[in-house]
Design a protein around this ligand. Sequence first.
Ligand code: NDP
Ligand code: 8X3
Length: 256
Amino acid sequence: MSDQARTVFITGATSGFGRATAKRFAAAGWQVVASGRRTERLTELAKTLSAAGASVHTMTLDVRDAEAVQKAVASLPEQFAKIDCLVNNAGLALSPDPAQKTALEDWHTMIDTNVTGLVNVTHALLPTLIASGRGAAIVNLGSVAGQWPYPGGHVYGATKAFVEQFGYNLRCDLLGTGVRVTDVAPGLSETEFTLVRTKGNQAASDKLYAGTEPLQPEDIAEQIFHVATLPAHININRMEIMATRQAWSPFAIDRD
Ligand code: NDP
Ligand code: 8X3
């Protein structure tokens, strides 16, 4: 199969990793289905990619809405209906505060988006991915937070642990179909992630990324593209990526 004929479906393509991933695949000649809630951003992205000669289809879509996801997938134009790669990227953290100081609504939004949303999209696209068969790929955006606990990680980290385990279990069931599944798990990355987490606190976001060298959206897009385009007999199960200037801390100890 030539790269020209392949199609990638990306959730959360309006910002950060998702947008950079759309650009990376488009640059390699893939057709791109770009989705997210912010229509204006999708239009802008489509304009940029189309101007560079790419075939793009945009879909304003909230991944939390299972019915909308099913309808959107069912209504894909024929040209874009056969999906070779799904990048389950839409996701968010809410509140940098401890669990006990975070609203239940924020916990629910993280679960609804990072867990329910991801399974909604996966379920809707599995038939076309399986039909694509050998070489097809599902790339899920996990996080270092899914593996390593940290203060304020609470529900966010737990959703990313779900993403990792869901991917491994999917691999078991997809054995023999040729569909690969990878958990790409980045650490500190400079996107709109912290702006969203702090509910619009630009100063807090700027402060987190200042004076160091966080990963950039293009760094992660390159790895997503890499795992999705490896020879069909290779499956990377999990790829954890940190900025060189990020590492772990000692255990915290409560003392009298
Ligand atoms: P951004 O905030 O820049 O991008 C998040 C994307 O998710 C946006 O395009 C947003 O689009 C989309 N999104 C959020 N909620 C929904 C929803 N309900 N339905 C559809 N789309 C939605 O953050 P990142 O690029 O950093 O995050 C991308 C993924 O990477 C997330 O899963 C995140 O958890 C993960 N990640 C981020 C890290 C980081 O440090 N930045 C590190 C590790 C993992 P819109 O608002 O238009 O719907
Ligand atoms: C985002 C990375 O370290 O903020 O998943 O949890 S972190």
